[in-house]
Each structure stands twice: as structure tokens, then as C-alpha cells.
Design a binder for this molecule. Structure first.
Ligand code: ASP
Length: 333
């Protein structure tokens, strides 16, 4: 299976996004267009959800080979609010376990006229591999790929920061915790750097810090106080136990004492700093209840933005596919 990140593969010959596999290679204008469209779809709880028919006639399959709550539900709501039919496959227990290859599952679904595949997997490379094999009218969206990337999470985090802080170029963002195993840190960091964030800080113990070549323009800190001092945004991450072979031997209490975000150590950040977390939270480990539910927390706003961002990405990809089909029709006719 290819481990190509998919930066080139996700574009059609005209350079438009045909799949959504990674934020690598997306320029500032392209990211801002996606964020602007997402902002158009944002509503606050209590409002009527936005609805249009951009995906009418499309069928979206959510194929999640790893557990998910927020991402799966928000992709489903996003697709339905854009007028698509949606099917959700419980793949923990079905075909892959029985030995049916992923491509057989894809071809089976294509035969049922599914044309948008939203995929999450614990192994790197699956979304790009499937993208290379789907029918020309079909598209693949990455909903979380191993430790490698989670592009829609990167966009929703960036949108939340933009809503709260305005100009990213004057904003200092500290990502704290298990960065090494985090696809969220990679995608959010990639988006922020591409958009010219004022400062991106990676704050973690040496054992959970990625190599210097990754997110190379970020600064690295091995002390929580130093890492979040004066920051505008503090993002806590869950320890990714499922990607750590000997995770049972991790000293969770020691991690909590040194790296957990508490009301007390949050005072190192700016007084109006916001606190983010992609969820699911391990309350009492990387974040206390007081901070997670406190006035600086924007964790629920991130969740709301998740639906808007996924609407924007689905709408963009499907419009691009339609544009390509129209052009192909013109050439043929
Ligand atoms: N929900 C996020 C992800 O899928 C973060 C996490 O699981 O900790 O990567």
C-alpha cells in the first residue's frame, strides 16, 4: 500500500481538489476559501441547521475502521444537510475482519452507486490507496489516518482559532501533550503554518515529541510553563494509547502532574487565552474538569465547527467533480 501523503494524488489534472487526503500542499488562498465556506455554514446551537442541495443525488459512505464519535456523526450530518444519502458501515466487525479486502468493499459499494467515501483507518496509506482505485466520478475523504493526518480536524481547529483570535499572524498557538502520535497536531500544525500563524509551539516530553523534520517551523518546548507562557491558544491532546505499544507502562499520574492543563498552570498563558481539545478528553489526565468546562474552553465550539468544515469540504470536492464531468462532457460532445 502506498504511504504517499496524497498531496498530488488528491488533485485532478487541472489542479482542483478531487479527493481530500491531506492538508499538505494546500496554499493559503485554498485554505482560506475552505475556511470562508465553512464559516458560511456555521450556526450556533439553537439556530436551524443550514441546508442546501449541493450533494443531492450523491451517496456518501462512512467507512470507519477505527472508533469515532464526533468525526463520524459530523460527516453524516454534514452530508445529510447537503442533501446526500448516507450509509454508515460498522467495520470493526464486518468485511475486513472476514477477510474481504478493502477494495472489494469499495467496489461493492460503488456497485450500489456510492460515490463519496469517507474513511478512517489505523494504518497509514489507506485513503490514498483507495483514491488510486476508485471510479473516476468517485472521491475519497480522509477522516483520520493513523498518526499521519486528520485534515478536516486541522481545518476546524484553525477555523475556531480564527473566529476567536482574528488575525492568525499575530496569534501564538501551543499544542501540548502526545504530539508524536497525534494526527491532529500534524494537520492542525500544517494548516496554521501554511496560514502564517504568528507562532506554533510544540510542548511535550522528549519521548512524545516528533522528529525535528516534522512541523519544522514550530518551536519546541520540554517544559509546560515555558511552552504556554504568553500563548493565545493552548491545545491539549489525549495520549494516543492505541498507537503506543507499551502504553500500559506509561506513568499517567506523572504525565498529569507535569503536562496536564490545570486552572493553575493556565495562568502562564495570556489571560484571554482559549483552551482547545479535539476530543475525546481524558479528564484528569491531560486536562482538568475545571479547565475543560471553564470560561476559556472552546471545545464545544470546535465540535460545532466540525460540521461546518465537513460541509465545506464535501461541497468543494463534489463541485469540483461536477465541474470536471461537465468539461469532460463538453470535450466528448
Ligand atoms: N479524535 C481525534 C483523532 O481522531 C483525537 C483523539 O482521538 O485523541 O485523532
Amino acid at each position: 500500500m502506498t504511504t504517499d501523503t496524497g498531496a498530488e494524488l488528491q488533485r485532478d489534472p487541472e489542479g482542483r481538489l478531487r479527493h481530500f487526503l491531506t492538508l499538505e500542499g494546500l496554499g493559503r488562498d485554498e485554505l482560506e476559501q475552505l475556511l470562508d465556506l465553512a464559516q458560511f455554514y456555521v450556526r450556533t446551537p439553537g439556530d436551524m441547521p443550514p441546508r442546501d442541495q449541493t450533494l443531492a443525488g450523491r451517496t456518501v459512505a462512512n467507512l470507519f475502521f477505527e472508533p469515532s464519535t464526533r468525526t463520524r456523526v459530523s460527516f453524516e450530518l454534514a452530508a445529510r444537510r447537503l442533501g446526500a444519502d448516507v450509509v454508515n458501515l460498522d467495520l470493526q466487525s464486518s468485511s475486513r475482519v472476514k477477510g474481504e479486502t478493502v477494495l472489494d468493499t469499495i467496489y461493492t459499494l460503488q456497485a450500489m452507486l456510492v460515490d463519496v467515501f469517507v474513511m478512517r483507518d489505523a494504518e497509514p496509506g489507506l485513503p490514498a490507496y483507495v483514491a488510486q482505485h476508485v471510479a473516476p466520478h468517485a472521491c475519497v475523504l480522509n477522516a483520520g489516518e493513523a498518526h499521519v493526518s486528520h485534515p478536516t480536524q486541522g481545518l476546524l481547529d484553525t477555523l475556531t482559532i480564527r473566529q476567536r483570535k482574528g488575525d492568525l499572524r499575530t496569534t501564538s498557538v501551543a499544542i501540548v501533550g502526545d504530539i508524536l502520535h497525534s494526527r491532529v497536531a500534524r494537520s492542525t500544525g500544517t494548516a496554521l503554518l501554511a496560514l502564517g500563524v504568528g507562532e506554533l509551539r510544540l510542548v511535550s516530553p522528549a519521548s512524545l515529541m516528533p522528529e525535528a523534520g516534522e512541523l519544522a517551523d514550530a518551536s519546541r518546548y520540554h517544559s509546560l510553563a515555558d511552552g504556554i507562557r504568553g500563548a493565545d491558544v493552548v491545545m491539549a491532546l489525549r495520549i494516543q494509547h492505541e498507537r503506543i505499544p507499551d502504553s500500559a507502562s506509561l506513568d499517567i499520574d506523572a504525565f498529569n502532574r507535569e503536562w496536564g492543563i490545570t486552572a493553575e498552570n493556565l495562568r502562564y498563558a495570556k489571560p484571554d487565552a482559549i483552551v482547545m481539545h479535539p476530543g475525546p478528553m481524558n479528564r484528569g489526565v491531560e486536562i482538568t474538569n475545571e479547565v475543560a468546562d471553564g470560561p476559556q474552553s472552546v471545545i464545544r465550539q470546535q465540535v460545532s465547527n466540525g460540521v461546518a468544515v465537513r460541509m465545506a469540504v464535501l461541497a468543494t470536492i463534489v463541485r469540483n467533480v461536477q465541474a470536471r464531468n461537465v468539461e469532460a462532457g463538453r470535450r466528448a460532445g
